[in-house]
Each structure stands twice: as C-alpha cells, then as structure tokens.
Design a protein around this ligand. Structure first.
Ligand code: ADP
Length: 660
C-alpha cells in the first residue's frame, strides 16, 4: 500500500521539547516549522527550526494556545503534520479535531481517546470495565457533599479528593479524618473551579507510602500494542516530578509484566493510537492501581529511550504515517539503568519561586551515549515570566543504578549556568541522599528526607579556596578601583591581596606570583603553591604534580570553576560596600519575583487583617499569594491588577495598626 509520508512537521510548542522533536525530524529528513511568541523570537527552538512562524504576544493564551493561529501557520508553511509536544494543546481534543478538519496529521491519539481520558472519573469507569485495577474510591456523577462524605467513610480515611478535570497536582486535597472533610471539599472545589472551570470531584483511598510507577505504551493503526516498560517517578515536589528513572528499582519481573499488560489493556479499551502513558500507584506489597492515562509524549520519555535504545518521537512519526509499530513486545528489552532530572529556573532557598533573568553563561557537560541534554535555552537567552520554569533535562544511563547516579552527579557538576538561579544543587542533594542511593522511593520522598536533602553541601576545602583565589587573580578584568584588590611589584615577584565572598563568608587572600607560579596564603591555612594558566576558557592548575582542569567563568563580580568533581563559586568583594538593594520602608510589601499581578483585591485606604490576601503574582504558570504580615491600613498602592511587576519592587505600603 502506497502512503504519503509526513515531509514537514509544525511543532506547536516551545523550549526543550520543541528542540527535541526537531532533532528526530531532522535525522529522518523531515522539514520542521517552529511557532513562537514575541518573547521567544530569538529562542533556541526558533533557531533550530527550518522555518518559524510568529503567533502573537507572549501570553500563552494569545500565542501557544491559539488553535486558529497554529493551524494557519501550518497551512502557510505547507506543513502536513503537527506535533503538539507536552503541555499547551497536547491533550486538547478540539485542537486534534481542528487538525483533522484541516487535513493536517495530528501526531497523537484520536479525538475520542483524548476525550475519554480527559476526565479522571470517566477514565476510571472505562478502566474498570477493562479490568484494570483502580484505587478504591468513588468516581460517580452524584456530587452532593453528604454522598461524597459517605463514600469517604466507606473506603476509610485518609482519603484524597481529586478534581475530575485536574492536572498538575491542582484541585487535590488529602483528608485525614471526617471532621476535615467539608472544608477540604470546599477548598478542592474552589481550586478546581478556578483552574479547570469544573468542580466534579472523585474520592480515592489515600495510599500513604506508594510509589509512582508509570508504563509507556505504544499502539499503531493496525491494532498492535506494546509496552516499553516502566518509569519510576516517585520523587516529586507538590505532586510534580523531580527525578525520573527506568527501570523502577526492585520491580519484580512478574509485576512489570502484569502492569505492562494492564496498561496495554487500558490503551486498547479506548482504541488508542500512538504514544501514551498509564500512571499507576504501586504499594509495598506489589499491588498496583490505575491513576490516569496521559495521551501524549511525557516529559520523562528519554529514560525509556535510554533503556530500550528506541526513539519514541520516531515511533510517533511512524505510527502517524500509518505504518506498523517498529517492534513486537518480545523484541523489546531493558538495557542498564537511566535517570532524568528536570532543571528548573527556580530558587530552592526561596520556596522554589521561579527565577527569571539573562543566562550569562551556559556550559554543558559533554554529551555521549551515556549522557544526553535536552535543552530549550542557550547562553545569552533570557528566562522570562510567561512559561514553565523547566529549562532543560539531563538524562544519563549506566550499566546499573549506582553508575547512573554517579554519572548524574558528575553531569550536574559540569552543567554550568550563570545568571539565573536553578535547582541543580538541590537535584544533587536529592540524588546524594542515602535514601535515594538505597532506592527508598515513595511519593513523599522529598518531605520525608527533607533534612538529609538540606544537609548536602559541596566541600570548599583549602585547595579549592586557594584555587578560586588564584582564578580570581588570573581572571582579573575589572578596574582595581571596582573591587577590593591591591597589587605591589617586588623585583620579579608581585604580591596581590584580594577578598572573596565564598558561601556567605568573606575571605581575604594574599598571593605572591612569579610568571605562572603562585603562592596563596589566607588566615589559618598553610601557604599553598601552584602553577596556573588560562587557555581557551579553561583554567588549569598544577599542585604537587597533580594537574586539574576546570571550565571557568568570570565577570565583574562572579567567579566560577567547575569540573566533574564539583562546581565552586565566589563573588569578588566590591570596593564600595553599597548594596544595590533599594532601601525599604517598614510595612513595604514587595514583589517576591518578576511576574504579573493577576489579583490585587485591596485599594489604598483599605484596612487589612494579618493573613489577608493582598495580591497574587503569577510567573511561569505558578501563583504566589502575598498576605498581610500584620493588621493595618494600606496607605499606598503603586500598581493595578494586570500590571507587570519586577521582583523586589514595592507593590504597596501598609501602615501597621498600633498594638492595643
Ligand atoms: P495530576 O493529574 O494533577 O498530576 P495525578 O492523579 O497524576 O494528578 O496524581 C499526582 C500525584 O499525586 C501522584 O503521582 C501521587 O504522588 C499522588 N497521588 C495521586 N493519587 C493518589 C492516591 N490515591 N494516594 C496517594 N497518592 C496519590
């Protein structure tokens, strides 16, 4: 049978996933079309594509979520297929429908399959019929609070209330006992209404120490279906995945087969086509329960690619072309162990608030068959407030899990990003805990091991401190009036003094240098001699016959050296100690980050009570509530709802009520 093959794909997405899809398309000789918002005009995915079409302003609702504009872009460029990536329109049945109506191939499942899995309640009904095990609970249409409370009693507390239309962990509430039920239900409904315009709730038994294990399935248009094994995504923060791996540590072969077969049954129950993921909770007895099915390519698909040696985007294209699946179940095998971490522009030391800014420098660990980097950003890009803060993913594989962890640790050391705060250190803290190394994976991992995660520190021993000081001297680019720095010539030698902030401690160093030899001195340490040089962006040292090479970065103030063993940072001490922070008044309410003010329920002159909501700042799809720190009166308000606000700026001023 002669079929026409896809020859040009429009990718209706941005960031790392758009780049990743293009990588496969290019390898297959398929032309690519990117779409972009004004904010993304110079983004990596635009540069990577053969053509790129502007959609509109930065707001997703005016660009990446505009079905009409995307269809028009495909038509204008002659694309014959659309890949939706994940997020945005990837699970939007209307979008899939619009593609079909316009003779465009939607690289994803059928409209009916998307609809069937769009509601967690409806999905559970279908799965029940297909004999896929469910978490005990209620997923019916009756929604009276009395009935829901009765159902909760039936399955026994604790229970989990979940929005049927939910996603991204929103509209979910754990209820530990009957007394809390009514208020939890009201809160979950409010959140569900706000996020999904739908209040339908389901009640599930809350499993206290489960693992999140999901199965990758693939189906073609000829009735073939396979599973490409599982991924363990138990390490989550606020129900969002942080680390993913495959295979799931310690999973018995028979459980794997049972879960795989249940997932295939789930897919076949809705005549599924293409890539899908069936999510399960797995308890400590090896019992598993269906949670939901995601009808798209997942963020964490690369770990499956690593252990199976397959390219899932290629499989998607093959299936969309109407060809049969490339492999049968019996031919698929697991090789080694793979792990992925999600790199977010966020500040783990400040409640994981998203961070924005200019990426001044980005150096990647070298890619190999064991190390893959899926990135959506490069040096010189800005991370803005409008989209998801995930900017890249690091994926490694090893012969076994321990080797994968060791490789990931090294890769994170070598991932150097300057200018925007990221969670890389946090990720290292997680994978270096004993609990993680021993694969004690449960969905409460991050809370349960919070102390061990917080304790993780990279050593700054004397050799590293001395090396940083030496690098500071060699990379001296700023006028010596800007930084605290002195230099005296003594015959062939010169003697320099400098001060660096390292891990919040100010340290002073004296360095005597002659040619490329340096002797570094600092309080309480024995003088250390080294040879050092800078070449092609590398900083090389020789200490006691041991040569070490670092990638390095220095601008006016920030200094960084890194290699597979660690990443060490310092700040030069400024000559004038003036901080660039604005002097803030008492009662000033500051924006916690760059973002838009999506709610501003108070006005100048209003009285507020401690804990009252003053404003909601939204950045990168996350909302941050700002509450009144004390009772008082709003005396000044500098913004209006809808305004953009810069992190650190004063939003309003409150004059606190005098203590009675
Ligand atoms: P969302 O679609 O909002 O991401 P999911 O249904 O996929 O919601 O659940 C997200 C996470 O919440 C799961 O990975 C798991 O950690 C937790 N979870 C969901 N259902 C239960 C349950 N019944 N018991 C315990 N934890 C659960």
């Amino acid at each position: 049978m002669e079929t026409t093959m896809i020859s040009k794909i429009l990718i209706a997405n941005r960031g790392e996933i758009a780049c990743r899809i293009m990588r496969t398309a290019k390898r297959l000789g398929i032309a690519t079309v990117a779409v972009y918002s004004d904010e993304d005009m110079n983004a990596l995915h635009v540069k990577t594509a053969d053509q790129a079409v502007r959609l509109g302003p930065a707001k997703a609702s005016e660009s990446y979520l505009c079905i009409d504009k995307i269809i028009q872009a495909a038509q204008a460029t002659g694309a014959d297929a659309i890949h939706p990536g994940y997020g945005f329109l990837s699970e939007n049945a209307q979008f899939a429908q619009a593609c079909i109506e316009n003779d465009l191939i939607f690289i994803g499942p059928s409209v009916d399959a998307i609809k069937a899995m769009g509601s967690k309640s409806a999905a559970k009904t279908i799965m029940q019929e297909a004999k896929v095990p469910l978490v005990p609970g209620y997923h019916g249409e009756q929604q009276s609070p009395e009935l829901l409370a009765q159902e909760a009693e039936k399955i026994a507390y604790p229970v989990l209330l979940k929005a049927a239309a939910g996603g991204g962990g929103k509209g979910m509430r754990i209820v530990w006992q009957a007394e809390e039920f009514d208020s939890a239900l009201a809160a979950a409904k409010r959140e569900a209404q706000a996020s999904f315009s739908d209040q339908i709730m389901l009640v599930e038994k809350y499993l206290t120490e489960p693992r999140h294990v999901e199965i990758q399935v693939f189906c073609d248009q000829h009735g073939n279906a396979v599973y490409l094994f599982e991924r363990d995504c138990s390490v989550q923060r606020r129900h969002q995945k942080v680390v993913e791996e495959a295979p799931a540590p310690g999973l018995k072969a028979e459980t794997r087969a049972a879960m795989g077969e249940a997932a295939v049954r789930a897919a076949q129950a809705i005549n599924y086509c293409g890539a899908g993921t069936v999510e399960f909770l797995l308890d400590s007895d090896g019992k598993f329960y269906f949670m939901e099915m995601n009808t798209r390519l997942q963020v964490e698909h690369p770990v499956t690619e690593m252990i199976t040696g397959q390219d899932l985007v290629e499989w998607q294209i093959i299936v969309a072309n109407g060809q049969p699946l490339p492999m049968e179940q019996s031919a698929l095998q697991i090789n080694g162990h793979a792990m992925e971490v999600r790199i977010y522009a966020e500040d783990p030391n400040n409640e994981f608030l998203p961070c924005t800014g200019l990426i001044k420098q980005l150096i990647h660990p070298p890619e190999s068959t064991h190390l893959r980097l899926d990135t959506g950003v490069s040096s010189g890009d800005s991370v803005g407030i409008h989209y998801d803060p995930m900017i890249a993913k690091l994926i490694v594989s090893g012969e076994n899990r321990a080797q994968a962890i060791a490789r990931m640790d090294q890769a994170l050391n070598q991932y150097v990003l300057v200018g925007v705060t990221t969670n890389t250190h946090y990720l290292q803290s997680v994978i270096n805990t004993q609990a993680f190394k021993h694969a004690q994976l449960t969905t409460d991992f991050v809370e349960r091991h919070a102390n061990a995660i917080a304790d993780y520190q990279l050593d700054y021993d004397w050799p590293e401190l001395a090396t940083l000081a030496c690098f500071a001297l060699l990379s001296e680019q700023v006028k010596s009036t800007d930084v605290w720095y002195q230099n005296t010539r003594l015959n062939h030698h010169s003697k320099s003094s400098l001060a660096l902030h390292i891990n919040e401690t100010l340290r002073t160093f004296e360095i005597i240098s002659a040619d490329d030899s340096y002797t570094i001195m600092s309080d309480n340490y024995t003088a250390l001699s080294m040879q050092a040089s800078m070449q092609n962006g590398r900083f090389n040292t020789l200490i006691n016959d041991v040569k070490t090479t670092y990638v390095c970065y220095a601008d006016g103030q920030s200094l960084l050296i890194a290699n597979s063993q660690g990443q060490w940072r310092a700040q030069r001490q400024l000559a004038n100690h003036l901080s660039d922070q604005e002097e803030q008044q008492d009662g000033a309410i500051l924006a916690p980050m760059n973002g838009s003010l999506i709610a501003l329920p108070v006005n100048s002159g209003d009285s507020v009570k401690k804990g009252d909501l003053l404003a909601i700042v939204e950045a990168m799809k996350m909302e941050h509530n700002i509450k009144a720190p004390a009772n008082g009166v709003v005396t000044e308000c500098h913004y209006q709802e809808g305004d953009l606000v810069e992190g650190g700026k004063q939003i309003m001023l409150i004059s606190p009520e005098a203590e009675a």
